[in-house]
Design a protein around this ligand. Structure first.
Ligand code: DSN
Length: 430
């Protein structure tokens, strides 16, 4: 009987893995897959251990190799992103944001934030950790037509409101933002710029997107598993020693105790993948996203950001209100094995949160499996068939399963055949 219970769990895991990893077109913009090499170092004894504090200054014994790895992680990531200071202890982007907000502002201070309908992350808002810390959210002027910050109105608002933090980056991000310009005004009012790079971290590593660290953001927070295809985790980078020191005192002990040590070596390997293959990967992501956007537009979809060429990132945002809204469309596509998520877009009101007008697509995972422009055109056609032509979802699902059979190998990684590693090398890693 107990065995039956165990088999049921294993079966569910197998079903999930097979469905999401092998049979679906995954277009969730906040996800990615790790390479087999990363998986190999991820599954290690480090997952059983504790290491509170900083490398070589821990509150536990037994961490000497973890310490070496963590110092290496901070060094490799620092080189990749031109950051003098890196801390990898946040276990998610949201955790890094919480520690960063707490380092930069206090109860009653103001934060200028891109409106949620325009793409701020929930942690940047009154509903998330910002609000829980008692920091007041003020809406940043945003041009919904062009999907970008209204810089003149924002400068005016900063001078009037004197916020302690301006939060840039976020969860819907199609174009670069005026980091330098906003930093200059924040210097005048004595505040800080925080850039949440979770979505674009891999594009920054591949030098295909603005680097907020060198453009002057005081703290750049991120997760490590979206366009940067590492294990789930978080980090914070800076070239501002004073604020970074504050962050380091806050992340531990306030936001993490242990920081999930098995992800550290896995994140270093991912950083090396991005060092050697990142430029090619990021270039392909952006080309693919542009192609998907253009094809969907040709098929009759309303694609946001048209005036500026639809997108400079991995994301494509559709207005699907006329087809029943984001919830209906995302659920319909799921029946076709095309995985997406609904999203608020400019023009949506708070009561539309359950069925917003937007659908968010991201091409980074399918690009990692080697898809190029022609595959993006095919995906656009499948979406057209599902939503506009109303083809039977079961037929599309079968097409998707057949199509995905050709894209099962993770690209943009080292050509090491793990099956050829010696038993001793593998044992040393596990
Ligand atoms: N909410 C996630 C996203 O999908 O962008 C990030 O945490």
């Amino acid at each position: 009987m107990e065995y039956q219970e165990i088999i049921e769990i294993i079966e569910l895991v197998k079903k999930h893995n097979n469905w999401r990893k092998k049979e679906c077109i995954n277009l969730i913009a906040s996800e990615n897959v790790t390479s087999p090499l990363v998986d190999l170092v991820y599954l290690s004894d480090a997952m059983h251990r504790y290491a509170e504090g900083l490398p070589f200054k821990r509150y536990y014994q037994g961490t000497k190799y973890i310490d070496e790895l963590e110092e290496k992680a901070n060094e490799v990531l620092g080189e990749l992103f031109n950051a003098k200071f890196v801390d990898i202890r946040a276990i998610s982007g949201t955790t890094a944001n919480g520690a960063a907000f707490y380092s930069l502002a206090s109860i009653g201070d103001k934060a200028l934030v891109v409106p949620v309908f325009a793409g701020s992350h929930v942690s940047h808002t009154k509903y998330g950790i910002l609000g829980a810390l008692g920091i007041k959210e003020i809406e940043m002027p945003f041009n919904g037509e062009e999907m970008c910050i209204d810089l003149d109105a924002t400068i005016k608002k900063i001078k009037e409101e004197k916020p302690k933090i301006v939060i840039l980056g976020g969860t819907v991000i199609l174009f670069e933002q005026p980091v330098k310009e906003i930093k200059e005004v924040m210097n005048e009012v004595g505040g800080y710029v925080l850039y949440d790079a979770a979505h674009v971290l891999g594009l920054i590593a591949g030098k295909k997107f603005q680097n907020p660290v060198i453009e002057g953001a005081d703290l750049t927070t991120s997760s490590t598993h979206k366009t940067f295809p590492g294990p789930q985790g978080g980090l914070c980078m800076s070239n501002n020693e004073e604020v970074f020191k504050k962050y380091r005192k806050i992340i531990f002990p306030v936001f993490v105790s242990n920081h999930h040590l098995h992800r550290i070596a896995a994140t270093i390997i991912t950083a090396y993948e991005m060092k050697y293959f990142g430029e090619e990967y990021a270039e392909s992501i952006v080309k693919n996203a542009k192609t998907l956007a253009e094809s969907l537009h040709e098929f009759g979809f309303k694609v946001l950001g048209e005036k500026k060429g639809f997108t400079n990132t991995h994301q494509v945002i559709l207005n699907v209100k006329e087809f029943g809204g984001g919830t209906y469309v995302a659920e319909l596509l799921e029946k076709c094995n095309i995985i997406t998520n609904k999203n608020m877009i400019p023009g949506d009101t708070p009561e539309m949160v359950k069925n917003p007008s937007g659908l968010r697509l991201g091409v980074q995972e399918m690009t990692r499996y080697g898809m190029k422009k022609s595959e993006m055109k095919y995906i656009a056609e499948l979406i057209y068939k599902a939503i506009i032509k109303k083809t039977d979802p079961e037929l599309i699902k079968q097409e998707v399963i057949e199509f995905r059979k050709n894209y099962q190998t993770v690209k943009y990684t080292f050509d090491i055949d793990i099956s050829k590693l010696t038993e001793i090398q593998i044992q040393a890693l596990i």
